[in-house]
Ligand binder design. Structure first.
Ligand SMILES: [Zn+2]
Length: 620
């Protein structure tokens, strides 16, 4: 089974593939605008969250991109624009502590939602350099402030290598020093490390050993850089903390539970970015859909954002994983561990900017107070990542400000009801962005994500005649079973002699569906997109066909379309002992076909062992 297919299934930064192209777009400006940064602005009689606490009824003055006065007696400079803050709250610009920035536009979009700084957790070194050069030269007006590790540290074939970004991988501790030196030369703000063997999502892939992780942390510290780790399981997180990592980029995904976890993180003086949004997003879309439908956020979402929020990873992790991560939050809080709000946008189930508001809601649901949650999205990430005075509102600091209706210390959802956003004292033109978003949704030539000329031709996808299981396009064939949903079914596939229509070989899928999870399936899965569960445009397909023979039982074809989320559309078929051709008109599935994430063929529904031979799979 191709390792490449499986590694990309979970935690795919699916759009990172676009990063190289995105570099070319860096100079394009988006939604800057509004007043010049010179003119003084006064916000009067406003409730202030200064990054730490709430002050009722005060004034904030800013000019020249800086806050010039804070306090009930702050004088109103002549000629200042005066904004009545009655009933409103002024916050420091929000900070999303876990994103992947793949275009400059992502930074502009973040601003519209009040996110004035982001902590990127992996992008191409070229894009990082371009964005940071713009920022340093004052050419990044209209964009959120940006820090980044550039590329990440991973094993050969490990997580992070599947996105098409060139990454020099590490073979052992001896490679750590040079890797860190190269990142420092790139201008990376910190070092990002991957410790993830895939087991949290029921597959396997190479990962770094702890000796290499420790060497990376030591090398980062020797160069004055923080080391932040993506550690997938509870044990990976514990090992990383014990190795001296500065922060966890996620909580664990494997449903682990340890009452001592908070105390361990506290003892090691580490911070944690729970990324509840993306952990929940692997299991269900609850908060993502709430964000997509939110009356304050939705007018600013473009069609690609709505698709992103509805997109799923396609395979679930153990259903208890989200509850376990959520349960770890109060342990961290109790132990005094700094908690940072981060979304992991643009992974499936997230959108830049908008999803941070969903993350804040999830952190409150997990047990933080609204005030603690506001700190998690302002002063705490600013302190941990050295964001140059951002994340707090005080005299002399950057005028990165968000004015909202209501009191977020009483109801965290108030952060969604944005009145105005300023970045370095420049008001973000949210009205213009709203018009662009409305036009985008109205004009929506949908789903450019999977559109590619190669999908528009009729073709034989797989005849299974080669040395290995392959397909003429897409990410190819893999095994899919209900272990992704906590089940116990198993299957394997291999090329077997004796194909259909007199050919030499066929694909043999053998397995057993075993009750244990919420649902029951095991079989072969074809991904037509460039990565598993990346939608592909198959709208020119009229018929799916293949030859099959079986063991007398009924099997199922299931199509996963992005517009249908996790709910596949299934059709049964019953192959006999002899080869027979099966044809499924695409129209039978009731799909437009422009957002197909995968086609499953195998056993489902009832338990027992099975054998299924497949051949000459076509999309015509
Ligand atoms: Zn990430």
């Amino acid at each position: 089974m191709p390792e490449r297919s499986r590694t990309a299934v979970a935690f795919s930064l699916l759009f990172i593939l676009l990063a190289a192209a995105a570099v070319l777009m860096v100079s394009r400006e988006a939604t800057a605008g509004g007043r010049a940064e010179g003119g003084p602005v006064v916000i009067r009689n406003v409730r202030l969250f200064d990054g730490d606490r709430i002050v009722q009824k005060t004034n904030v003055v800013f000019a020249g991109g800086r806050v010039t006065a804070v306090g009930p007696k702050a004088a109103v400079p002549t000629g200042a624009e005066v904004i009545d803050g009655t009933g409103k709250t002024l916050l420091p610009g929000l900070i999303d502590a876990h994103v992947h920035i793949i275009t400059a536009e992502a930074l502009s979009q973040s601003l519209v939602f009040g996110v004035t700084a982001v902590i990127d957790m992996f992008t191409s070194a070229d894009l990082m350099k371009a964005l940071k050069a713009d920022q340093a030269a004052g050419r990044a007006g209209g964009r959120a402030f940006f820090v980044s590790p550039g590329i990440l540290a991973t094993a050969p074939g490990g997580h992070g290598t599947q996105f098409g970004i060139p990454i020099p991988t590490l073979r052992g501790p001896a490679d750590a020093r040079a890797f860190v030196d190269d990142r420092v030369a790139d201008g990376s703000d910190f070092i990002k490390i991957i410790l993830d063997d895939g087991s949290a999502y029921s597959f396997s892939r190479p990962t770094l050993d702890m000796a290499t992780v420790s060497a990376l942390i030591a090398a980062a510290h020797a160069r004055g850089k923080a080391a932040v780790i993506h550690a997938a399981t509870l044990q990976n997180c514990r090992d990383s903390l014990n190795a001296g990592v500065d922060g966890l980029a996620h909580l664990f995904f494997d449903g682990g539970s340890d009452p001592e976890f908070g105390r361990l993180a506290a003892r090691k003086k580490a911070f944690v970015i729970p990324t509840l949004s993306v952990i929940q997003g692997v299991g269900d879309q609850a908060m993502a859909i709430a964000v997509a439908k939110d009356s304050h956020l939705s007018p600013y979402l473009k069609s690609a954002d709505i698709q992103g929020l509805r997109r799923s990873f396609g395979f679930r992790i153990n259903p208890s994983s989200y509850r376990a991560a959520e349960a770890a939050v109060p342990l961290l809080k109790k132990a005094g561990v700094p908690i940072l709000a981060g979304t992991d946008a643009p992974n499936p189930g997230t959108a830049y900017g908008a999803s941070l508001h969903g993350e804040l809601s999830l952190l409150v649901q997990a047990g933080l107070t609204p005030l603690e949650t506001l700190r998690a999205a302002t002063s705490i990430p600013a302190a941990k990542f050295g964001l140059a005075g951002r994340g707090i509102i005080r005299k002399g600091g950057p005028a990165d400000l968000v004015l909202i209706n209501g009191d977020p210390s009483l109801n965290i959802d108030a952060t969604r009801d944005i009145v105005a956003v300023w970045k370095d004292g420049v008001r973000v033109n949210r009205e213009r962005y709203k018009e662009e978003a409305a036009a985008d949704r109205a004009g929506a030539a949908p789903a450019p994500s999977g559109r590619s000329p190669e999908y528009s031709r009729s073709r034989l996808v797989s005849d299974f005649e080669g040395q290995e299981v392959s397909a003429s396009f897409g990410a190819g064939w893999m095994i899919s079973t209900d272990t992704m949903a906590g089940g116990k079914s198993k299957a394997q596939m291999r090329l077997a002699p004796g194909g259909a229509e007199g050919s030499a070989q066929a694909l043999l899928v053998v397995g057993e569906t075993i009750p244990g999870g919420a649902s029951l399936w095991a079989g072969a899965f074809f991904s037509p997109g460039p990565a598993p569960m990346t939608p592909a445009d198959l709208s020119s397909t009229k018929v799916i066909s293949f030859w099959a023979r079986g063991d007398g039982q009924e099997f199922t074809v299931m199509i996963f379309a992005q517009s249908h989320g996790y709910r596949p559309i299934a059709r049964p078929f019953a192959p006999a002992a002899e080869w027979r051709k099966f044809e499924f008109p695409f129209s039978d599935f009731g799909l437009k076909g422009d957002d197909i994430m995968g086609i499953f063929i195998g056993a489902s529904g009832k338990p027992g062992p099975f054998s299924l031979w497949l051949d000459n799979f076509r999309l015509d």
